[in-house]
Design a protein around this ligand. Structure first.
Ligand code: 2BA
Ligand code: 2BA
Length: 109
């Protein structure tokens, strides 16, 4: 058994969970925050048998889209009289960042 942990854009999470549930998978969503952008994202956990992992990965791929986000870099240290004009830089925010972990034991009580 595997635990698939996917960090996805908050806007994609509801669609992904719907697709997973429709396909018969069980999922748990928690609200998370990215360390770099400090913006909300969602982490979705799916526990499933090894042979279904690729199907889950396909659903994640189909339902999560890469986005371009613009951020302002931190201003440099300046001497008096210097002027800094911030130029936003673009970064690509996944799709989804996915970790597949081995499950040592699974129980439901
Ligand atoms: P954030 O940490 O908010 O990162 C958002 C995007 O900023 C990243 O997109 C990446 O394009 C860029 N970025 C993040 N850290 C960076 C750094 N140290 N230097 C330069 N650029 C950086 P993604 O890579 O698609 O990641 C989206 C979100 O997935 C991340 O949000 C984070 O919450 C999570 N994530 C990605 N890789 C991870 C990892 N190895 N471990 C844990 N969480 C991860
Ligand atoms: P349980 O299977 O006891 O699951 C209770 C909660 O535990 C789930 O809440 C989910 O948050 C988490 N969970 C269970 N198995 C999981 C797994 N393999 N991976 C990740 N998280 C897991 P809900 O999703 O709200 O489900 C509530 C109840 O609805 C479930 O109770 C189950 O009886 C039923 N259910 C959920 N998904 C289903 C599906 N795709 N088909 C049929 N019944 C489903």
């Amino acid at each position: 058994m595997k635990l698939i942990m996917s960090i996805v854009n908050a806007d994609d999470s509801a669609r992904l969970v719907d697709a997973l549930t429709e396909a018969g998978f069980r999922a748990t969503t928690i609200s998370t925050t990215g360390g770099f952008l400090r913006q909300g994202n969602a982490t979705i956990f799916v526990g499933t048998e090894d042979e279904h992992v690729s199907q889950v990965l396909d659903l994640i791929r189909e339902n999560c889209h890469t986005r371009t986000q613009y951020i302002n870099p931190l201003p440099p240290v300046m001497e008096p009289g210097e002027m800094y004009i911030p130029t936003p830089v673009d970064i690509q925010v996944g799709g989804a960042t996915v970790f597949v972990l081995d499950v040592a034991q699974f129980e439901r009580f």
